[in-house]
Design a protein around this ligand. Structure first.
Ligand SMILES: C[S@@+](CC[C@H](N)C(=O)[O-])C[C@H]1O[C@@H](n2cnc3c(N)ncnc32)[C@H](O)[C@@H]1O
Length: 201
């Protein structure tokens, strides 16, 4: 008996795709080369490739398990501006990549050890074009801002699953970025208490 291929589907990725895409369409020029870190299911890269047709997208993830799923969503979206996904662990001391105009990373920093933030920043600094952008998306803790009950519960759940995981303090992420010469240019509040952060040199 042959098994049926089931693409990975994230309801959250389906919900937040359009709000994130709208921000990318606002902040990005018409064309460029983008690297997606931690692509997961591939729903984001497929939607972004459709909504930003002048951009060439390179999906990646530390785990290759979802690469068929990424290909599925891109085929279903009918896009041809997405490269085959590559294995990329942000902790690797060297990323086998050319220079890019955008590094995009959603929902990784809290589901990975804190060292991955330093890895993301260092790798971005190595591969980002002089006028390129780093965009991150996800839930963060902010000093002086009351954390929503939903994010508090999410943080507790993450830490119970893995003590090295958990929502990151925005100040710590900004500090890590500054250490490699990236400054926070924009903080955009998106639905469900998530933030889109834009960093530039
Ligand atoms: C919650 S998923 C997010 C997927 C997608 N970006 C989204 O927003 O729906 C987290 C992803 O981070 C990836 N990841 C975890 N550690 C990583 C690392 N060290 N380098 C690159 N990706 C990593 C996981 O493999 C997983 O696909």
């Amino acid at each position: 008996m042959t098994s049926q291929f089931e693409p990975l589907h994230s309801p959250a990725a389906e919900r937040n795709l359009q709000p994130i895409l709208a921000e990318l369409q606002r902040i990005l020029p018409a064309q460029g080369k983008a690297l997606e870190i931690a692509s997961g299911t591939g729903q984001h890269v497929a939607g972004f490739a459709q909504g930003l047709p002048g951009w060439h997208w390179q999906p990646s993830d530390a785990q290759p398990d979802a690469f068929d799923s990424i290909a599925h969503w891109c085929t279903q979206a009918g896009v041809t501006n997405v490269q085959a996904p590559v294995v990329l662990d942000v902790l690797a001391p060297a990323w086998q990549l050319e220079t890019v105009d955008l590094v995009y990373c959603a929902n990784m920093l809290h589901i990975a050890p804190w060292a991955c933030c330093a890895g993301l920043m260092a790798g971005t600094a190595r591969h980002l074009a002089p006028d390129g952008l780093l965009v991150t998306y996800g839930p963060y803790l902010e000093s002086g801002v009351t954390t929503s009950p939903g994010n508090q519960a999410f943080d507790a759940d993450l830490r119970q699953r893995n003590p090295a995981w958990g929502l990151r303090l925005l100040d710590d992420v900004v500090h890590q970025a500054l250490s490699v010469g990236l400054q926070l240019r924009e903080r955009v509040a998106l639905p469900a208490n998530n933030l889109l952060l834009v960093f530039a040199r």
